[in-house]
Design a protein. Structure first.
Length: 440
């Protein structure tokens, strides 16, 4: 199979595999240097050959919920190899790179659907599955079911213009209230003054709309985007197999401008502190990305996929997604301060100021959590657990005993929230055990 690779809708290369294993990408002659496909793949005459699909293209393949739906619906027709899946989803890729089959126009808009209806509350699991079936989603993954939306609102909130400007996330029984959870965590990031992806929640609290941020100021041109999983040449399933130190090193490797490098590392420090404060055990290399307009204009992507995942039973005992100085603990102590000073070049006073901003933002957003817990019964236990987790998170950022940080205890007491119910132990099926067998 041979696919065509486009940058800003211009054909720049071909991608093919003759045996299903070794993949080769070859730039067309006379491609402009600025139309590179990846920060790791500059324009050159020699082909880029990988034993598997190139990291840049693996980044845009669906995972988990999306992968199962796409494989189930399309596998019998197009095959289930990575290149086959890329042929289906590559036109909807995040960033400025698109991959198409021969004869396909990369500018062809996706099939539209009613985003307004979704926001009004048509958020059943069946509706999500149906939408995913009709819109081969890509570029997003993780613990929350997601798919790309081809709509945006007009000035009156009624539009059905066929674009691809949103990511829609649903709620499952295993993750009750997850849409509100993420929205409120993102609100903390916004209140703290950090660049953050814009989010909206449906009226019933069951769906989250995330506005895509891989768009230039003109609202049309796509920025390049590569997550750190791709830039570290890791497979998507290896997204936790890294460290914050390796992330810093790779950002330095691919960001030549010293000023932009320092800015990216400062924003990475903000992300790391948010991860501890909000108890986000799912912050891994796929949830950190670089955006760029050129090799001379590279920045860390806004905060995205931020949620208090430890409030859910399946994740309650999880440590941080990546270690700092070899420590995978929610009480990092001096290791965190040393990392921020030596790797991100923050002085202790700058770190303290950032922590104060985050704690103040948490206090500001707490009334919204309490209100949402009262409004949406399915979110009540989740919201209660979130406030307890945030309180613990703020306390873990007390890197010096003399620091005075706020507490959510008065707000929790005023809301008459009891202690959260203990997490239920995970059920692990024993290999070879069958319900039809008699008990020993």
């Amino acid at each position: 199979m041979k696919l065509h690779v486009h940058v800003h809708d211009q054909p720049v290369a071909t991608l093919e595999s003759t045996d299903g294993f070794r993949h080769v990408m070859t730039y067309h002659p006379d491609v402009a240097p600025e139309l590179f496909v990846s920060l790791l793949m500059p324009v050159r005459t020699e082909s880029f050959a990988y034993p598997e699909l190139h990291p840049m293209f693996r980044m845009n393949l669906p995972e988990g919920f999306l992968l199962s739906i796409v494989q189930e619906q399309l596998g019998p027709h197009v095959g289930a190899s990575p290149l086959n899946l890329l042929a289906v989803v590559g036109r909807n890729a995040i960033g400025r790179v698109k991959v198409t089959t021969p004869g396909t126009d990369p500018r062809q808009p996706p099939v539209p659907f009613d985003l307004n209806g979704l926001l009004r509350g048509d958020n059943s699991e069946e509706a999500f599955v149906d939408l995913v079936r009709r819109h081969a989603a890509s570029g997003v993954s993780g613990v929350v079911p997601k798919f790309l939306s081809p709509h945006h609102f007009d000035d009156h909130g009624k539009g059905t213009l066929a674009t691809d400007r949103h990511i829609i996330k649903g709620t499952t029984a295993r993750l009750p209230g997850v849409a509100l959870n993420e929205h409120l965590c993102m609100e903390v990031s916004r209140q703290a003054g950090f660049p953050t992806a814009k989010t909206e929640v449906s009226d019933d609290g069951q769906a989250l709309v995330v506005h895509r941020f891989d768009v230039e100021a003109d609202g049309v041109t796509r920025k390049g985007m590569e997550d750190l999983c791709s830039l570290l040449a890791l497979r998507p399933e290896q997204k936790y197999e890294s460290t914050w130190e390796r992330v810093v090193s790779r950002i330095k490797d691919v960001t030549p401008d010293a000023e932009q490098q320092n800015e990216a590392l400062a924003r990475l420090a903000d992300l790391l502190l948010l991860t501890y404060a909000l108890r986000n055990a799912d912050c891994h290399t796929k949830n950190i990305a670089l955006l760029y307009s050129s090799r001379q204009q590279i920045e860390l992507a806004p905060v995205y996929d931020m949620l208090t995942i430890t409030v859910y039973d399946d994740y309650a005992k999880n440590p941080p997604g990546m270690p700092v100085e070899g420590r995978s603990t929610w009480m990092p102590g001096k290791a965190l301060e040393r990392f921020l000073q030596t790797r991100c070049h923050l002085k202790p006073a700058q770190t303290h100021a950032r922590i104060e901003r985050i704690c103040e933002a948490i206090v500001q957003v707490t009334p919204q959590v309490i209100e949402a817990a009262a409004t949406y019964p399915a979110f009540h236990e989740t919201g209660k657990r979130m406030l307890h987790a945030w309180n613990d998170g703020m306390n873990s950022l007390r890197l010096q005993k003399t620091w005075s940080l706020p507490s959510l205890a008065p707000s929790i007491a005023a809301a008459k929230f009891s202690e959260p119910a203990p997490a239920k132990p995970l059920k692990v099926d024993k290999v070879g055990r069958s319900p039809l067998l008699g008990r020993r």
